[in-house]
Design a protein around this ligand. Sequence first.
Ligand SMILES: [Zn+2]
Length: 95
Amino acid sequence: MDLRSAQDYRLVQVFVSENGVFETYIALGENKFACTCPGFRARSWCKHCEFITERAKDGYALELVTHHRPLTDEISEDAEKFREWVIRNTKVMEI
Ligand SMILES: [Zn+2]
């Protein structure tokens, strides 16, 4: 499955690690995460999912860049538009 175009998943955070840039997604309507990193592919779990799960207990909030564009319903309803929005308007997390 390609998470980047799956309509029932939304990108929650972009991570940068020493071995690359990875995207962590949430399944809509479920408290279930998925990630594009090799660790997740091997074990269905990874440090990125763990990080988000830990943060999500208090409600996960993306960190916006200074000059961000507002998030509209039209963007939220489309997985690919939402991914674009996250990439352009929120901060990448380094872990
Ligand atoms: Zn991961």
